[in-house]
Design a protein around this ligand. Structure first.
Ligand SMILES: C[S@@+](CC[C@H](N)C(=O)[O-])C[C@H]1O[C@@H](n2cnc3c(N)ncnc32)[C@H](O)[C@@H]1O
Length: 337
C-alpha cells in the first residue's frame, strides 16, 4: 500500500496538464495506458472511452432515462448551510460521461452538470481522457485513488459516485472509509459494479460446476476465469461487486443502505424492448472489452498467441451464443450517518 499523499492535477487548467498530455500515457502491447497506476490494467484510450459511453447509455436505459439512483436531486437542489454550492465527486470518472456528455466537438449536451448548474462537480481519474472544454461548475482532476488517503477534505461532498472502477482499487474497504470521510453527514454514496463472473442461462460457473452442467459458452467462461485470475494476481478482490452492501455496512458510517442487483442481458435474446436495448448495448460493450483485456493477459504471462486464442474463442461465443448470456450488476447507495 502506497502511503504518499497524491498529487491532483486540475485538467481544465491547461497550465497543469498542457496541450501535450503524452507524459500521462504509455503504450503496453499495442494499447494506450495510464502511467499513475499499474494495477488498473484496462486501456486509457479513445476506444475505451467509446466503450464507457456504451456502459453509460446502458445504465440510462436501466434507470429509465435517469442518470443516477437515490436522492441526488434533493441533495443537490438544497443549498448548504453556509450557502456554498453542493459538491459532487465522481471517482474513476473515465470519459466523464456521468457529468458531461459531448455530442460533437462543438455542441454539447450536459448531463449532471447541466441538471444541477448550482452544484460543483469534480470527476477524478488516472488519465486525462475527459473533455477539456467543460462548463464552469465541472472540473476534472488526475489522481490515483488506490491510496490510503484521498486528497479531498473531510465532510466536503454531498454526493460521491464510483462506478465500473473497482478493478483499479486494491483495498476497497479502505476506499469506502475514505468515501465516508469525504462525505458530509446526510451525504450520499452511489456504487455500481458488475460481477466479473459470467452467467449462462442465469447460472454462474460455480453453480454449473456443482450440477455438472456444461455452460454452453466454454470460450466465454474460460476467458472470464483467466481475467479474474489476472485481477487476483494484481491484488484486486474480484468478489467486491456482490459484497458492496456488506462492505459499506462494515464501515459503520452509513445508514439507509439500499442494495439492488439485476441480471444484465448480453446479446439479442430478450423479448422485452427495453431489455433488448440493454442487451444490445451490453453486447457492444463486451465486444470492445474482450480485445482490451489482451495487454493484461500478456502482462500476466500469457504468450501473445495464447491471449489471442482466449479472446477469439470468447468472441466466438459472444457472436454465436448457444445459451442466454448475462452478467449480474450491483447497485448500492447509502446515506452517511
Ligand atoms: C471502465 S472505466 C468507467 C468510467 C466511468 N466511471 C463510467 O462509468 O463511465 C473505469 C475508469 O476508472 C478509472 N480508475 C480505475 N482505477 C482508478 C484509480 N485507482 N484511480 C483513479 N481512477 C481509476 C480508470 O482510469 C477508468 O477511466
Amino acid at each position: 500500500m502506497r502511503l504518499n499523499y497524491p498529487v491532483v492535477f486540475p485538467l481544465n487548467q491547461l497550465s497543469f496538464v498542457g496541450e501535450d498530455d503524452s507524459q500521462f500515457f504509455c503504450q503496453i502491447h499495442g494499447r494506450r495506458f495510464n502511467v499513475l497506476n499499474d494495477r488498473y490494467m484496462l486501456p486509457s484510450d479513445e476506444e475505451e472511452v467509446r466503450r464507457s459511453e456504451l456502459q453509460h447509455r446502458m445504465l440510462q436505459f436501466l434507470f429509465s432515462g435517469k442518470n443516477y439512483v437515490g436522492p441526488v436531486d434533493t441533495l443537490l437542489s438544497t443549498p448548504r448551510e453556509d450557502q456554498s454550492r453542493p459538491r459532487v465527486l465522481d471517482l474513476g470518472t473515465g470519459g466523464g460521461f456521468w457529468q458531461v456528455h459531448i455530442l460533437t466537438l462543438t455542441r454539447r449536451r450536459l448531463d449532471l452538470a447541466d441538471e444541477f448548474p448550482g452544484a460543483e462537480i469534480i470527476g477524478v481519474d488516472l488519465a486525462p481522457i475527459q473533455p477539456r472544454d467543460v462548463p464552469a461548475n465541472c472540473t476534472f482532476e488526475l489522481c490515483d485513488l488506490d491510496q490510503w488517503y484521498l486528497p479531498y477534505p473531510t465532510g466536503h461532498f454531498e454526493v460521491v459516485h464510483a462506478r465500473f472502477m473497482h478493478t483499479g482499487v486494491g483495498n476497497y474497504a479502505r476506499f469506502l472509509h475514505e468515501i465516508a470521510r469525504m462525505l458530509r453527514p446526510g451525504g450520499l454514496v452511489i456504487l455500481i459494479e458488475p460481477d466479473t463472473e459470467p452467467l449462462a442461462d442465469g447460472k454462474s460457473a460455480s453453480e454449473l460446476r456443482r450440477t455438472g452442467q456444461p455452460s454452453g459458452m466454454r470460450g466465454w467462461f474460460t476467458l472470464w476465469e483467466e481475467y479474474r485470475q489476472c485481477l487476483r494476481e494484481k491484488g484486486i478482490d474480484v468478489d467486491v461487486p456482490p459484497q458492496l452492501a456488506n462492505l459499506l455496512a462494515s464501515t459503520g458510517a452509513f445508514e439507509q443502505i439500499v442494495s439492488q442487483e439485476g441480471n444484465i442481458p448480453i446479446g439479442f435474446w430478450p423479448k422485452d424492448p427495453v431489455a433488448l436495448s440493454i442487451g444490445q448495448l451490453a453486447w457492444m460493450n463486451y465486444d470492445m472489452m474482450l480485445p482490451a483485456m489482451k495487454p493484461l493477459l500478456i502482462s500476466a504471462g500469457k504468450r501473445e498467441w495464447e491471449a489471442k486464442k482466449l479472446i477469439e474463442e470468447a468472441h466466438q461465443d459472444l457472436y454465436y451464443p448457444l445459451v442466454r448470456a448475462s452478467t449480474r450488476l450491483h447497485i448500492v447507495y447509502a446515506v452517511k450517518k
